[in-house]
Design a protein around this ligand. Structure first.
Ligand code: AMP
Ligand code: MG
Length: 302
């Protein structure tokens, strides 16, 4: 049963599903079992709340950047930033939530179809450094060291939202269900067949994978990009250069087993990270994470 209209809900016996436009994508939650409706509706409530908390907290952090004051933020955003920092260390800074100024430079370039100048890129680079984001566990507060620093949760928030829903589904004893953040981050309760998009053929799948009680996340250069003088400039930025990454990957899908506490968050972070790191360095990092693996990888054609 497809649910293609935003804000629509369908109920069929003990099956319930609902789709909402959130975080720029269609989020679809489906559940079977006697608590299906409560699991789906409560999850959406939490996800909508999360979106509001992100908006408020990031604005407050941005406004206080450089003032040397810690700002109290919601436990959810604090947890997201803590997990992000852990993976920034693990990936040697390939994943970096302080990437916002660089993301914006490239967004503006795409809009105006003019490449950014070296000065614009080095100005952004000056503001991108996860080590200058401090977190204070004792009161759940955070601080951005330099004025102009900003946070971008685009590489993690869908995964975190999926984990919030996953926890509610688990509390409600849902054993058969799907948490789908616009196909880029998914958690399957029970066995589900998931189509992986072909990065070069819109609306075509490159593979169908069966996953079970696991999260998967896909990062690709086909999601948001612009082409200038025959070159593709996409939305995943290498924090070291503050330019779109160039590592021959067109799309990578990571699976993280449900054994990992924050599996969807981890999958979301890792697909973005491995996109930045490239296949070889990415595989090296995954050796340290027994619950995570690459399940699909497409290279850019020469
Ligand atoms: P995803 O589609 O999950 O790979 O996330 C891509 C989004 O994450 C981008 O649209 C940016 O908002 C953000 N982003 C881009 N580069 C990075 C990076 N190196 N580290 C963390 N987030 C990033
Ligand atoms: Mg991601």
């Amino acid at each position: 049963m497809a649910c293609l209209i935003f804000g629509c809900a369908k109920s069929d016996g003990e099956h319930y599903e609902r789709g909402e436009k959130i975080m720029g994508t269609l989020v679809t939650l489906k559940a079977d079992g006697k608590n299906s409706r409560a699991a789906v509706d409560e999850s959406f409530e939490k996800i909508f709340e999360l979106v509001e908390k992100i908006k408020t907290d990031l604005k407050r952090l941005e406004d206080s950047a450089g003032k040397k004051e810690f700002v109290k933020i919601s436990p959810e955003v604090f947890e997201m930033l803590s997990i992000a920092q852990k993976y920034s260390e693990l990936t040697d800074g390939a994943f970096d939530v302080t990437i916002a100024p660089a993301v914006d430079v490239w967004k503006i370039a795409g809009k105006n179809k003019i490449l950014p100048t070296d000065e614009e890129i080095s100005a952004a680079k000056n503001l991108v450094d996860f080590r200058r984001l401090s977190l204070r566990e004792s009161d759940g507060s955070a601080m951005l060291e330099k004025s102009g620093m900003r946070i971008d949760l685009g590489g993690i928030a869908k995964g975190y939202g999926a984990d919030l829903a996953r926890k509610i589904f688990a509390e409600k004893n849902i054993r058969d269900g799907l948490i789908d953040f616009g196909t880029s981050t998914i958690f399957a309760f029970g066995k589900k067949n998931i189509g992986i998009k072909n990065p070069r053929q819109k609306n075509e799948l490159s593979e169908i994978l069966e996953i079970e009680n696991s999260a998967i996340a896909t990062s690709g250069d086909y999601e948001k990009f612009f082409v200038l003088d025959g070159r593709r400039y996409h939305h995943i930025i290498d924090p070291k250069t503050c330019r779109p990454t160039e590592n021959k990957i067109a799309s990578v899908t990571i699976l993280v087993s449900g054994n990992e506490k924050n599996c969807a968050t981890a999958a979301d972070i890792l697909s973005t990270s491995i996109f930045v790191l490239g296949e070889e360095r990415g595989r090296k990092i995954l050796e340290q994470l027994p619950d995570a693996k690459i399940i699909n990888l497409a290279h850019q054609s020469p």
